[in-house]
Each structure stands twice: as structure tokens, then as C-alpha cells.
Design a protein around this ligand. Sequence first.
Ligand SMILES: C[S@@+](CC[C@H](N)C(=O)[O-])C[C@H]1O[C@@H](n2cnc3c(N)ncnc32)[C@H](O)[C@@H]1O
Length: 245
Amino acid sequence: MNREQISGIAHAGHPIKAPLDDDSVRRLLDHGAPRGDERVLDLGCGSAEWLLRALAAHPSLHAEGVDVSEQALELAGRSADRLGVRARLVLHQQEAADFVPAQSFDLVLSVGATHAFGGLLPTLAAARKHLAPGGRVLIGDGFWDRTPSPEAFELFGELDDLATTVDRVVADGWTPVHGHVSSRRELDDYEWACWGSLASWALDRPGDPDAAEALATATARRTEWLHSYRDSFGFLTLVLRPTSG
Ligand SMILES: C[S@@+](CC[C@H](N)C(=O)[O-])C[C@H]1O[C@@H](n2cnc3c(N)ncnc32)[C@H](O)[C@@H]1O
């Protein structure tokens, strides 16, 4: 099984690929697109779940999503058809850092995808280039809630604590106008949803040649979470406006 297949099964019950529940996503989108007629860009959109929710809630909103994953974008297109929002959604399969849009956007989203740009501040620099005057950025990334174990550091790399993360964003020329720190419940629900879906998929298919690998992966990833990073990893989502200009 490739990464894409595993990710598709793991996220079947939690289509937002980040530790945020439906209410948190809705509130963040309300702060990111307060009028409801915005042009919205998602860099690293995956199956475009954030955009689909914004489009379904606001009939005058238009959206574009960028991702390298063909499978995730196909799923996004099918979901958009089902929701009747396909005409207002443009999907681009390419490296997010190489995306050159025809116009600027009122809201630029990037959640759980800062690795595509080499970190939080480079992602904000890319978002800034795509932003229309008066626009907002909605960005989600990890932070260290406690000192990480060596294994957690190996998995997630250089992150700051919550206050330092926000300080660095502010020093980079942004003002937070809303923010959400994922709760223990959101963090746990996300991990249980991913590794539970994958394990159930395997247990439902005892004769499938991929079942053993899927179950082993679910077990390994659940163990890694519980032993390596459950106590130290946090997730912050910010709605930002440029402090000047
Ligand atoms: C954790 S998922 C988050 C998806 C989505 N933002 C969400 O919150 O549901 C990260 C996404 O980034 C995409 N990605 C990773 N590297 C990328 C790159 N260089 N350019 C564009 N997308 C990338 C992956 O394919 C994946 O869909």
C-alpha cells in the first residue's frame, strides 16, 4: 500500500486532516471569511474539506485548492459534485510553492501543510504573496506543548512553544484576529479516528492481501503517538491579518 492509500483510509472518518472538530473548523472559517463572498485559496488542501465547507455554507464564495496528491484532489472533485459546489471550486495538482494564481485572494488557508514550504514563516511569506488588500490568512501548525521526547523531535522537527510561535508570527508582520488551540479531546479524537479507521478496514478484510500491512501500520502509528508525542504535541490554528499594508 502506498502512503496515499493509507492516508485515504485513515481519514475516512475524519476528513479534516488535522486535529480540529467540526465546530472549530466552522468558527475559524467564519473568522477567515466573515462576509461570505470571498475568494479563498487553500495551499495543501488535501481533499479540500475546508473549502467544501466554506463553499457549502456560502453560495457567493469561490475557492481554489492546490495539492500534490492526485487521489486527494479526485476525492475533492467528487465531493464538490455531490455538494453541488463544483462550479465554484478550481483544483490545481502541483507543488504549492510553485503555484502562480491569476488573481489574489481574500483568504489564504494552509492547515497541516507548512512542510510544503519549509515551515510556518515561509508558508506565511507564500500566503502573503497571494493576499488581496484587506485579506486574511488561516494557518494551522504544530507547537510543543511540553518538551518533546527525542522521538517526538525526530518526527516533527523544530517547533516552538505556543507563546513563542505566536510571538514569531507577530514579529513577522501579522496580527492574530482569532485563534484556536486544539483541545486534548480534538488531538485524541483525530489520532483515534485515523488509526481506528485503518485498523477497522484491515479487520473487515481478513482475506485481503493488504490487510496485514494496514493493521501493522495502524498499530505502529497508534503506538508511536501514545509513546512518543501525545504528551508534547499541540496544534494551533490562527486567523491573521497583515499588521500594516
Ligand atoms: C495533513 S494534510 C492537510 C490537508 C488539509 N489542509 C486539511 O486540513 O484537511 C497535508 C496536505 O499537504 C499536501 N502536500 C504536502 N506537500 C505538498 C506540496 N509540496 N505541495 C502541495 N501540497 C502538499 C499533502 O498531499 C496533503 O494533502
